[in-house]
Structures are given as C-alpha cells and as structure tokens.
Design a protein around this ligand. Sequence first.
Ligand code: SF4
Ligand code: SF4
Length: 343
Amino acid sequence: CRASTAGSMVSLDNKLNSYMREVFIMTPNQLADEIYHQARLAGYDDCGIIPIEEMDEYQERLQERLQHVPGSRPFYEQIKPTMNSRQRFPWAKSIIICTWWMGRYSLPDSLQGKYARAFFLAPNVTMDDEEKRKKGAFKEWLTAQGLRWDGGDNGIPFQIGGLRHAAMKAGLGIIRKNNFLYTEHGSFVELEGFSIDASCVLRQHHDIKPCAPQCHLCQNHCPTQALSAPFTMNPLQCVSFWNTFGKSQLPPGFPEKAMESWIIGCDACQNACPYNQVPSAKPEKGVPELIRNAMHWLDPENMKDASDEVLKEKVLPLCHEHIQELDTLRRSAIRYLKNQKGQ
Ligand code: SF4
Ligand code: SF4
C-alpha cells in the first residue's frame, strides 16, 4: 500500500536524520542558528531560544501576582501546573520561542470594540493553505533532526508555560504595564513556544523603549479595573475571561454593563496604548477571508439566533480555541444588544 510505504519512508528519513545529527553533530550555536533559519522559513517573524531553567523565574512572578491580587488566586491556582514548564517537560533542556505578528491584518471597523484582535487575527484564522504548510514544516524539521519536542500551536492557550516571560528572556520584546509582550510591531503578536531536548541559546536584541512612568492609559481604559496596577491583573475581573472561559455567565456582583460592547475577548487595554499606534504597528494587509465570510453572523442581532451549525462553522474558528460552548456566543450577543439599548 502506497500510504504505508510513504509512512515508512518518512520514519526511515527521520531515523537517518537523527543518525546524521549524532554522527555529524551540530554545535549548540549551529543548532540555534539553524532553528532560527527554519523558524523564519516557516513564517515566524522572530525566534529566540532560552535554557528551560529560565522558565522558573515565571513561577516567582506568579507568586508576586498572587500577593498583589489575592482575588486572582482561584484562577492562578488552577493554571499553575500548566505553567511549570520544567515539571511538565522533565526531558527538555531549552525553550524555543517564536513571534507571529497578527496585527499586520485588519479588523473591519464595524467589529472593533466588539471582537478582540488577539483571537480574530490569530495565525490559525489568517493563514492560507500554503502558509499552514510552511508553518507545519517547522515541526517536521524539528522531528527530522531527531529532536524530542512539544508545544507549538498544540494546546493553545497555555502551550508550554509562560510564553511572554520566555519571549522577554529571549530578547524578542518587553512586557509593558498592561502585561502584554510588545515587539516593535506592538502587542498584537502571537507567541508560540517549543520545549526541546537539546541545549542551545539564541538571544535577540531590540531597541524598544519602556512605558513612560506617568502613562496610565491602559489602566484608565480598563472597563472593570481588572488592570488595577502596572504589571499585574486580576483575570477574574477581566472582560476577556468572562466572555470566553467564563461562558459569559457573570458571577454575582459583576455588572453586565461592565462588559461594555465586548462580545468575544477585550482589547481595551491594548487599544489605548500609544505603542499600538506607532507606524510599525499599523496593519499592512486586509481583512482575512474567514472574517469576511462570517460578517453576517458577527452582527449580534444574527448571532443571538444563529443555529449551532452556523456558529460552529462561521464563528468558533475565529475564537482561537477560547470558547467551546456555543451558548457563550449567544449570551454575549444578547448582552451586547441590551447594553447598547442602555437596559
Ligand atoms: S482585557 Fe479588558 S478587562 Fe481585561 S485587563 Fe485589559 S482592558 Fe481590562
Ligand atoms: S498604555 Fe502606557 S502604561 Fe499602558 S502599556 Fe501602553 S505605554 Fe505602558
């Protein structure tokens, strides 16, 4: 059978590559350079590599956040095990971290303030078949080198641990007061991390200015005060948590009006930031096809009554795996309409 012949050829290729890697072993620097080269071929905008031990610092940041915002404990306690990269991948030696600038695509004006760019412009929404093939080739290349790896776009949203922390350590950007990782293109950047069982390091350099001490625009624009202080945040007060993982069922005492006009996600603390208005952060491409095809159903009047089939086919693929239950979408659309009428 042709399929099994092709399968055994691939596995033979992988064995051969693994053997070649051992015989003609690459130095750590050569491996790091080659990983960078392959990541760029795959379409990532940038790539760095850090020793996995450097992920431990992220645990300390989590502890600090718990001390500053004790109310966030239930959320962080739940995700804590997924954030312990060394425990999850005891065989891993390094973390590859790659950036993908989502903000190069445009979100139609009529969707702004309702739908978050971080979901709607994610790579799995905007990529065409050729781009998907190229991106997939990076994983195939890692396997073909005989490397053990995990991560990438598997297991979104938590992937392999604290991705913003890893990107900062690898020199790909800085974390601003609104907690997002910024490259020179602003904060609408998808991060993908891979744990690998080889030791190598690659640090990039950037010239990105930190936040001005007197700037509080992101805090001032947060509709719920979830962003109560710089570099900290309470996810259990965040609009983006409640209209995704929280199934749009607000807890007692959380005012419906605080969700403002947001239906899926919330970009308020990023939209307010001057570093997302600079020329290098401006979109250079049009509206992705998947969004254009869903426009009718993204009108809240239509979304609230849409069938399961339509929501599954047209809207869920735009949610970047943050929404599983279709009624979440209907509840958010109904709330939007009520909030618009001022009820
Ligand atoms: S995403 Fe929205 S609710 Fe959450 S911290 Fe930012 S502005 Fe506040
Ligand atoms: S709005 Fe101001 S304080 Fe907030 S992240 Fe942007 S530059 Fe920093």
